[in-house]
Design a protein. Structure first.
Length: 476
């Protein structure tokens, strides 16, 4: 008696362990998967605050109605985003399919059978016998989820469904950042085009001065030739800037799911770059576990793998089925619905595979390896997220410092050109100083405009790396 009680106790304990084992991972917070502690705070800087960044519509801070329109159209028409929405629907359907295991399976069957038996089945020949009957029955089969096999598999699919929603949000964040970056790069090229045209006008005036001085005998033809060299070199930069503008229009068109001709009239209108300098709320590193869609997606994936481990463990336990049917069977249709024609069957069944080679053992080993892989991938995703934020902050900080220096450099370059040209016209200096001042000023102005564009793009990258973007509550 004691021995029987001991065996039963061990069996119950084993069942409880298997039931709880698969849920252990899912019950832990996200930090349970981290191999190293996440930093407590970001590297301090006066450009950033510990307030949470905006989660929605961060691009509206640029106060550019054209950019707002482009992002809205991209959200509505981008093919990659629409494909991500389709994957959400696929994941939801897979989850619902797995949930159907909680419910009984009900089938209806009906038929008519006529049989002729052989007359030579006995020792002596006999007449053939005939039989015929009609039947119809309703059968039910229901697996009782005693040990959580169905529950864990449904949970795995549910977590994958949630991961697909996070993938959708991640695609949305990336799309908004790509559109904004392409748009700001377009505006940068347009501003550089304006800088080139302004310098061409200035260089044309200086070229005219050298020609007048040459005609009056105050300068050599070398001065005219050198002035033309600078002038035509600047004009030669216009086609490459034009190509850069067209390239960005094409990129934006692809992101919006449109052809470039539909956007060219709107984007060809030149607009200045928005203000690049602002105080950015970045929160704390721990916020990334909640904000970044890719981090949440990796966490959901780990939870799905943990549920799969629980399902693999439950496969070691027996399965209980409740089977039954009720119907009618009769030789003559006149008596088909008679109470004596009623048939029924009740057949509760326990199935417990005792030996299948190492199939279940290897399935559990595979599920555990998959879970370990998911945890490693989750840690890598968190590390990458922290690194991307730190890099974006560092890039933005140093570009802002560079812009302030370039602004002074441009001012000095304009002064140098003015002074060297004045000395040249008075005959107190050679034309080489003017040439150097012209080339340097164009380079300084281009670098200044490029740095402004880079600062805005670094700001966009920072918002993206913080997980900011369009959070659409109407997603599928």
């Amino acid at each position: 008696m004691c021995k029987v009680f001991f065996i039963r106790s061990r069996l119950v304990a084993s069942v409880l362990i298997l039931l709880c084992g698969g849920a252990v991972y899912a019950q832990q917070p996200a930090t349970r998967y981290l191999s190293d502690d996440i930093p407590k705070a970001w590297t301090p800087d006066t450009l950033f605050s510990q307030q949470l960044p905006p989660e929605d519509l961060w691009w509206s801070e640029f106060n550019d109605a054209c950019l707002d329109t482009l992002i809205q159209e991209a959200v509505d028409s981008n093919h990659n985003l629409l494909a991500a929405a389709d994957r959400i629907r696929m994941a939801r359907a897979a989850w619902r399919m797995e949930q159907s295991g909680f419910y009984p399976s009900v089938n209806f069957s009906a038929g008519w059978t006529k049989t002729r038996n052989s007359g030579y089945l006995g020792r002596e020949a006999a007449d053939n016998t005939y039989s015929q009957y009609a039947s119809g029955d309703l059968s039910v089969s229901w697996e009782i989820d005693l040990f959580g096999s169905i529950r864990q598999r449904a949970k795995a699919k549910k977590e994958l469904f949630r991961a697909s929603r996070d993938e959708y949000n991640g695609t949305m964040v990336s799309l908004c950042a790509q559109v904004a970056t392409a748009y700001m790069t377009l505006r940068t090229y347009q501003q550089q085009y304006i800088v080139a045209e302004s310098n061409i006008q200035s260089q044309r005036s200086i070229l005219h001065i050298t020609e007048v001085r040459y005609e009056t005998g105050l300068a050599s033809q070398l001065d005219v030739s050198q002035a033309k060299t600078v002038y035509f070199n600047t004009k030669a930069s216009l086609p490459s800037l034009e190509a850069g503008i067209e390239k960005q229009i094409n990129i934006i068109a692809i992101l919006l799911g449109k052809y470039p001709d539909e956007l060219r009239p709107m984007l060809r209108t030149t607009k200045p770059l928005p203000d690049y300098q602002r105080l950015v709320g970045i929160g704390i590193p721990m916020n990334l576990l909640r904000r970044r869609p890719d981090v949440r997606q990796a966490e959901r994936t780990v939870a799905s793998y943990a549920a799969s481990v629980g399902a693999a463990k439950s496969d070691f336990m027996p399965k209980l089925y409740l089977n039954g049917s009720i119907g009618f069977a009769s030789r003559d249709m006149d008596h088909f619905f008679n109470k004596r024609s009623v048939t029924y069957q009740l057949a509760p069944t326990v199935s417990w595979p005792l030996f299948q080679g190492t199939q279940r053992i290897q399935a559990l080993a595979s599920a555990r390896a998959q879970l370990d892989s998911g945890i490693e991938q989750y840690n890598q995703t968190v590390l990458t997220a922290v690194q991307e934020v730190e890099n974006a902050m560092n890039s933005y900080t140093h570009i802002v410092k560079q812009i302030s220096m370039l602004k002074e450099l441009v001012a000095e370059g304009e002064k140098t050109l003015s002074l060297s040209l004045d000395l040249y016209k008075r005959g107190l200096s050679g034309f080489q100083n003017v040439l150097d001042a012209q080339r340097s000023l164009l380079s300084y102005q281009n670098s200044y405009v490029s740095a402004q564009g880079n600062a805005i793009n670094a700001l966009i990258l920072l918002y993206q790396s913080l997980g900011g973007g369009w959070i659409d509550s109407s997603q599928p």
